[in-house]
Design a protein around this ligand. Structure first.
Ligand code: GCU
Length: 363
């Protein structure tokens, strides 16, 4: 087999193939188990309880009279462990859909972007993922959430994804929140986190990784020129992963999955990838290949339009242009609003496909 051929999403480890939606549920579990074991580690457990204490609330005139509410989220009984989530709630009557972003460490959500989100009628919820575990290999494992679960093997990306899930635990309990319309968005390493968090948590209606590359929306087997490999990423960022991933450096074709498998776990819920064509390190071609393959799962489940791909010229970044594309997709997916953009356009028509299988006929 061509070493770039992506594994058949629908073929169980025992060689049999998915023929029904019930089979797909089982195959989903099989894929998730491989992905967690090798790539991210098993997420820290769901805590016995999660609580939110309001730290602060005021009307923010600079944001169109949105209400800024700050919560301290605490989980237990292990720990206890706490971190902060901030909400900007649009002026007016809810419940409102929510967009949750964990890249508070980078402040990529500028005031301009916050206004774009609020003007479309969404709550903007934010936390700082590095308050869950730090983004620094040198600090070791005696910090943050690692100390609460010392016997688990999760890396930082899994811990950050756990942070998203705990925010959703609280969002679901708030009167202002339309719990059926919670979306998550993140950039680069934050995009890897969002893809993992959205693949696992079926409460999340839309997952939108931006420029997320290797171990995100990228591809291990199909590396475009200048793109990051398993060897590169595990050398530079060992704290993001369990040790096992590095064993696959140079042996990518032996992985029992590729990143299309992770994307397929999001189905039938919404998935939007936003990519930048000059962001070579993030492997835009590979991101398209795994998107096209993951779309077979959406086709099988009867909702091909729920998976979208958007690309722009330019390099690595998460700016207003990316957010506008995301908001258009969210408006269309969650509210059926008409959209001008084509979220299924192939930016690389000359590339050719890297999978020879198809989704089984819908039963
Ligand atoms: C590095 C890393 C990428 C990551 C990026 C980021 O470039 O190699 O995998 O996506 O940082 O998070 O900005």
């Amino acid at each position: 087999m061509d070493s770039k051929e992506l594994p058949d999403l629908f073929r169980f480890d025992d060689g049999s193939r998915v023929v029904s939606k019930a089979d797909w549920r089982r195959r989903r579990e099989e894929l998730l188990s491989h992905i967690l074991e090798i790539e991210y580690g098993r997420l820290p457990p769901k805590p016995g309880w999660v609580r939110a204490d309001e730290l602060h609330s005021h009307v923010a005139e600079a944001f169109g009279n949105a209400r800024h509410v700050q919560y301290q989220i605490t989980t237990g009984p292990q720990g206890p462990f706490s971190f902060v989530m901030d909400l900007l709630v649009p002026d007016g009557n809810g419940p409102f859909p929510v967009i949750l972003n964990g890249d508070g460490c980078w402040k990529t959500v500028t005031d301009e972007i916050a206004m774009l989100v609020l003007l479309r009628g969404y709550i903007l919820a934010q936390f700082n993922r590095v308050t869950i575990v730090p983004d620094n290999a040198a600090l070791g494992k005696n910090v943050g959430l690692y100390r609460v679960y010392p016997h688990c093997d999760f890396g930082a990306i899994a811990a950050w994804a756990w942070g998203y899930h705990r925010c959703v635990d609280i969002l679901e309990t708030l009167q202002d929140v339309d719990r059926s319309r919670i979306s998550i968005v993140g950039h680069s390493r934050g995009g890897k986190t969002v893809l993992l968090a959205g693949a696992i948590d079926e409460r999340i209606a839309l997952s939108a990784p931006n420029n997320s590359g290797c171990c995100g929306a990228g591809c291990f087997r199909w590396q475009g020129s200048g793109s990051e490999t398993i060897a590169d990423i595990t050398r530079a960022f060992p704290h993001w992963f369990p040790r096992k991933l590095a064993e696959y450096a140079g042996r990518e074709a032996e992985l029992p999955f590729d990143q299309h498998s992770l994307k397929a776990l999001v189905a039938p819920r919404g998935l939007l990838q936003t990519e930048a064509l000059s962001d070579r390190w993030a492997n835009p071609e590979g991101s398209w290949q795994t998107f096209a393959a993951a779309k077979e799962a959406y086709t099988f489940l009867g909702v091909p339009e729920k998976a979208g791909f958007w690309f722009r010229e330019g390099g690595h970044g998460h700016g207003p242009e990316d957010w506008k594309a995301f908001l258009d997709f969210a408006d269309s997916l969650l509210f059926g609003k008409p959209v001008e953009r084509d979220f299924s356009a192939n930016p690389f028509p000359a590339l050719g496909s890297c999978f020879s299988w198809k989704s089984p006929p819908v039963s």
